[in-house]
Design a binder for this molecule. Structure first.
Ligand code: DHE
Length: 520
């Protein structure tokens, strides 16, 4: 693959902002000598990933030290055990987890220049494999940064290919299920052609990114960035930049962009701002009706004054909130969303038609609303959410926003899944001593009917159903992990495929049809 190399403006700015002062300290000098050529002079990435706390996330310092010491198999990361002393390695591991100390820039020109096209890419006019193209899974294996394309009928791998370092969030499929788009925490967006099983192109849309969303018509990809504070919209066709929104609220205060979601029935993107009390709706319909872009206080007139009106593609509507909200769950018709309050003990319901908060739900223990799913129960639509800090699942009625049941679990959970054709909800226990169990809940009695322990002592997490809702695929979330296929009726294991920390799996049919039991 050919890479277009361009000098990035942020390197210059970083230098001007006094990075040189840092280079005097010991680990910074080692970094400059040993690491900078691959990971970038400013730690923002090069051929190797960015080495900043935002990207390294929850990776512990000893795991980082281990990578420096022993290298990483199947990558260009060499082992430094012979080159550096144990003390130097420890100091370096701490250094790459320290904040950058400056705000890096990443302009439209930087994004365009980062683009890598696959010169060997040859589009195919039909899938080059014999499997139902609607019942495929992509399994993201973060253990060794690969993805597996899996036949969802036979549960056999069709292809396995390398990905960027540290993918995060669900990959997104084009509406016809032919292409899949991945995003890495250090901002790379990769387009992969499932039919020809080849990478098409990739581009670095940000320096530290959160997630991506595809527009209803499959033409635009929105990328939510922490670094810099932007929402970048790319053409899904060729990954060129279509628009960059600086994340600044109606009063001019900057914010990180915490996530972006496709609101399919509304033909729009919904954007969550981490630090500002507002959310955005961005039209993806070229004929979108006019919207006010927000209100500002006019000191001349002594009153709130409407900002300009926008219409058509990418018209942005600002919805004011009482405080920043994060981690959204949407009602199936996308008229309401529930966001998590910063104190982590409430869900706040925002009605997107009227553009304001309409209810609060007491949900102590940090609900993980983004993992929520919904179904019909006693003639009402309910949604269920796990809690990241409490051993319980809350069931909420979506007509009056009351909590109809709290189900005690073996520990705090991260992901939940179901399917229209399944009577069950599968919920993991991601944290604590019981992280090796998986609860199965009856959708009508709201009782736990089984607690499976796929492999004692190994984390069981993240479930996804096949297209027909007959099988539930569970991850053994370990470096030497596995994908375990269960029959959803008998709850018996029917197949186990070895995989490297399969962090998530995504069924083409369920995703492109916005199946209620899965993430969107
Ligand atoms: Fe995620 C999805 C935010 C930490 C694995 N995570 C998402 C989404 C958001 C989010 C907004 C929905 C995006 C989408 O799919 O389009 N995640 C956050 C955080 O704010 C948090 C708590 C802290 C952070 O560092 O970002 C966080 N997430 C993690 C992890 O530590 C996980 C377990 C391991 C990892 O790989 O980073 C993790 N997040 C995932 C996965 C999904 C996800 C596997 C997709 C779930 C799905 O089924 O769609």
């Amino acid at each position: 693959m050919k890479r277009r190399i361009v000098t990035s403006s942020f390197i210059l700015i970083a230098a001007l902002l006094g990075l040189g002062a840092k280079a005097r300290s010991e680990p910074a000098t080692i970094y400059a000598g040993q690491c900078a050529s691959c990971h970038g002079e400013t730690r923002l990435g090069g051929t190797g990933p960015a080495l900043i706390p935002e990207t390294l996330g929850r990776m512990k310092a000893d795991a980082i030290a281990d990578t420096i010491r022993n290298g990483r198999v199947q990558t260009q990361m060499p082992a430094f055990a012979e080159t550096l002393s144990p003390e130097d390695i420890e100091a370096l591991a701490a250094y790459v987890k320290s904040p950058l100390g400056f705000a890096p820039q990443w302009s439209e020109a930087d994004i365009a220049a980062s683009r890598i096209d696959n010169p060997d890419y040859r589009p195919a006019n039909k899938p080059l494999f014999a499997a139902d193209p609607m019942n495929l899974f992509i399994v993201v294996e973060t253990g060794d940064h690969h993805a597996t394309l899996l036949d969802g009928d036979r549960f056999e791998p069709i292809a396995r290919f390398p990905t960027r370092f540290a993918l995060h969030g669900g990959p997104k499929y084009s509406p016809d299920g032919r292409f899949v788009y991945f995003m890495s925490r250090d901002g790379w967006v990769t387009k992969y052609d499932i039919w020809s099983m080849q990478q098409v192109a990739e581009v670095r849309a940000g320096l530290n990114s959160r997630n991506i969303a595809l527009s209803r018509d499959g033409r635009h990809i929105a990328v939510a960035n922490y670094l810099p504070n932007t929402l970048v919209i790319l053409s899904a066709q060729d990954l060129s930049v279509e628009r960059i929104f600086e994340a600044v609220d109606a009063k001019g205060a900057p914010s990180r962009v915490s996530a972006v979601y496709q609101a399919r029935p509304r033909d729009s993107f919904i954007v969550a701002l981490k630090d500002a009390p507002e959310l955005w709706e961005i039209a993806t319909d070229p004929d979108a009706k006019p919207v006010h872009t927000g209100f500002v206080h006019s000191f001349e007139k002594g009153m709130e004054e409407a900002l300009a009106v926008e219409k058509g593609l990418f018209a942005r509507r600002r919805i004011a909130l009482s405080a920043p909200l994060d981690d959204f769950f949407f009602s199936p018709d996308y008229s309401n969303l529930i966001g998590s309050s910063r104190d982590g003990d409430r869900g706040v319901v925002v009605n997107l038609h009227v553009g304001r908060e309409i209810a609060e739900i007491p949900l102590p223990g940090l609900p993980h609303l983004g993992s929520g799913i919904s179904w019909m129960w006693q003639g009402r639509r309910v949604m269920a959410t796990p809690h990241l800090k409490e051993a319980r699942i809350s069931i909420i009625a979506m007509d009056d926003w009351s909590v109809v049941k709290t189900i005690p679990t073996f520990g705090p959970g991260f992901f939940m899944r179901s399917h229209d054709n399944s009577e069950h909800v599968w919920a993991d226990v991601f944290f604590g001593p019981n992280r090796d169990v998986m609860h199965v809940i009856d959708k009508q009695t709201l009782e736990i009917v089984a607690t499976l322990r796929p492999e004692p002592g190994k984390t069981a997490a993240h479930v996804e159903f096949d297209r027909n809702g007959r099988h539930a695929l569970v991850s053994l979330w370990e470096d030497d992990g596995a994908l375990i296929v269960y029959d959803d009726k008998t709850l018996k294991e029917i197949k186990r495929l070895p995989m490297r920390k399969p962090s998530g799996k995504y069924n083409v049919w369920n995703k492109i049809n916005f199946e209620d039991g899965t993430s969107h």
